[in-house]
Design a protein around this ligand. Structure first.
Ligand SMILES: Nc1ncnc2c1ncn2[C@@H]1O[C@H](COP(=O)(O)OP(=O)(O)OP(=O)(O)O)[C@@H](O)[C@H]1O
Length: 309
């Protein structure tokens, strides 16, 4: 039971001339949420689909619950839940019917009615899949992924297009899976969601890992003090009033940041020094706040601001 949920080593996937995954390695633990993040086309879905056994790798090694996803697919099927990015459900089948069918494939399923209720699908139980709204289809697909009480689930953009209520219900379900010891590997483009849900983050760009670590480690440090006021403050005069190792810059008209080398972030004393200086110079520091580095800051620092094709 000590094998990780997922182990990917030097994975390569090519589609003709396109190298979608270019030597990617990461590990996902059991009982933890691992988020694979990356810009469009970074190689996340390709990686997940190889782990699910739906695609073959061109090179590298993948182990899922210690097994080979292609060779051992029969042994893995009852132990791994999969929520694909889209599709996976026949369009004419009714929601309840599909879940009962999925339940029948497992030895100890969650009662389908309980899952329909939990994910707000009871009222559409008799509706064919193609007539469900996009969000309802997503939720049905999530229900099907977890109905067999899997040890590991792959969720490819589980909350894309969901309304806030459905997103919250999905987060709660993911939290419960984690608490029950299930390994969760998910992709999302919502950085706030990844920060909130995941224990571990793997950021992928151009098919390679550009950051990999506990979510709290990736966002540690980098705190700064921000405020806005009139443009053209004498930033060198302000900097001179601050403790050694602190710097001040104006970003855009009238937006100021004060950064310090202290890894603990801005101290109460620093806030007092800035406000005292402002008072002495007849400046009101509007929206003064300590800005903590977010996962979105880290993501943009590492992957840049250019749109991907
Ligand atoms: N079946 C395929 N045939 C050809 N190219 C493909 C195929 N599937 C994916 N690709 C290409 O491989 C690259 C990686 O795609 P992939 O879907 O793995 O990225 P992703 O990170 O999941 O993107 P997104 O965030 O947009 O879902 C892209 O350039 C994509 O166009």
């Amino acid at each position: 039971m000590d094998t990780p949920a997922v182990e990917v080593t030097d994975l390569v996937k090519r589609y003709g001339d396109v190298t979608a995954v270019a030597g990617l390695s990461f590990t996902a633990a059991r009982g933890a949420v691992t988020a694979l993040l990356g810009p469009n086309g970074a190689g996340k879905t390709s990686t997940i689909e190889i782990c699910e056994g739906f695609r073959r790798a061109d090179a590298g090694r993948v182990r899922v619950l210690g097994l080979d996803p292609v060779r051992d697919s029969r042994a893995l099927k009852p132990r791994v839940g999969v929520m694909p990015q889209s599709g996976g459900v026949p369009t004419g089948v009714r929601a309840g019917e599909w879940l009962r069918l999925m339940a029948a494939l497992h030895a100890r399923p969650v009662p389908p009615e309980a899952l329909l209720e939990r994910l707000g699908l009871s009222a559409v139980e008799r509706t064919p899949f193609r007539r469900l709204s996009g969000g309802q289809q997503q939720r049905l697909s999530l229900a099907a992924a977890v109905i067999g009480r899997p040890e590991l689930v792959f969720l490819d953009e589980p909350t894309a297009g969901l309304d806030p209520q459905a997103r919250m219900a999905t987060w709660e379900l993911i939290g419960d899976l984690r608490a029950a010891g299930v390994g969760v590997v998910l992709t999302t483009h919502y950085m706030e969601e990844a920060e909130r849900l995941s224990d571990h983050v793997v950021i992928i760009d151009h098919g390679r890992v550009v950051a990999d670590g506990p979510t709290s480690d990736l966002t540690r440090g980098g705190q700064e003090l921000r405020f806005r006021t009139r443009t053209g403050l004498d930033v060198s005069a302000l900097a001179a009033a601050l403790p050694a190792g602190c710097a001040v810059a104006e970003h855009g008209a009238g937006h100021y940041t004060v950064t310090c080398a202290d890894p603990a972030g801005p101290s109460p004393g620093l806030v007092a020094t800035v406000t005292t200086w402002c008072a002495a110079h007849d400046v009101i520091p509007e929206d003064l706040r300590v800005h903590r580095r977010t996962l979105e800051d880290v993501f943009l620092e590492l992957t840049g601001r250019d749109l991907r094709n």
